[in-house]
Design a protein around this ligand. Structure first.
Ligand SMILES: *Cc1c(COP(=O)(O)O)cnc(C)c1O
Length: 237
């Protein structure tokens, strides 16, 4: 969490990723402004976030509740930061997350949605959320199966202190990024279907990481979550 950050190298890597995201959008006939880069700063020190914020990065993603809240607190004097909670979230920690993050990407059960709602309602805020979907049917991974996603989005729509903005996916790891493409396309198609069946706008598709963000942008990502390629390798946790 501490230690020296090579600011120049960090900003150079961030610029490269930003440029690669932009090029992927342009080559897919999309407007670069449609895709937001979320810099995944988990396990990296607040100092690294401070450096990128000064360079013009606003969206940061975190996965671990305590670490994220400590980092947010350390950087509270920096204006304009948007914090994204992207990690798996246990229901008993929902109360620390609701209202503290601009967007929660990882709502994968109605129970979790209800816990977030309870806290957001108590605080008098509306929490923006994404429903995490698991299209691979991997039982060890989080995310609602595609058949369950409709019921889950419907459930979230009934909770006035939650606002569903779209879908998120974390496909099975594969070193060949082309193997992620069917999941990205599947998520977009599922989003289109849910929008139609529920008559609701779900504009956000959170998909793509260090290894496969180009494919994700080509398939319609509006939020890419990139950690390693910007910040370097994470220490083992
Ligand atoms: C850690 C993490 C990322 C970033 O992964 P990289 O491969 O380092 O870019 C993206 N999304 C989620 C959900 C993560 O937990």
């Amino acid at each position: 969490m501490s230690g020296h950050v090579d600011a120049e190298a960090l900003v150079a890597r961030w610029r490269e990723v930003r440029e690669a995201v932009k090029q992927a959008a342009l080559s897919a006939g999309r407007r670069p402004e449609e895709v937001r880069l979320v810099a995944v700063s988990k396990t990296h020190p607040a100092e690294a976030v401070r450096i990128l914020a000064a360079a013009g990065q606003h969206d940061f993603g975190e996965s671990y509740v305590q670490e994220a809240l400590a980092k947010k607190e350390e950087l509270r004097h920096i204006g304009g930061l948007r914090w994204h909670f992207i990690g798996g979230l246990q229901t008993n920690k929902a109360k620390f997350v609701a209202g503290a993050f601009g967007l929660v990407h990882s709502v994968d059960s109605l129970k979790l949605a209800q816990a977030l709602h309870k806290r957001a309602a108590a605080e008098g805020t509306v929490q923006d959320v994404l429903v995490q979907v698991n299209l691979a049917g991997e039982t060890q991974k989080r995310g609602a199966a595609s058949e369950a996603a409709l019921a889950l989005v419907q459930g979230v729509l009934e909770l006035p202190a939650l606002a569903p903005k779209g879908l998120m996916i974390l496909p099975p790891w594969d070193e060949d990024p082309e193997r992620s493409r069917p999941y990205f396309r599947g998520l977009r198609e599922l989003r289109d279907e849910l929008q139609e069946r529920l008559s609701v706008a779900l504009p956000e598709l959170s998909m793509g990481m260090t290894n496969d963000f180009v494919q994700a942008v080509e398939e319609g990502a509006t939020l890419v979550r990139v950690g390693t390629r910007i910040f370097g390798e994470r220490p083992p946790r």
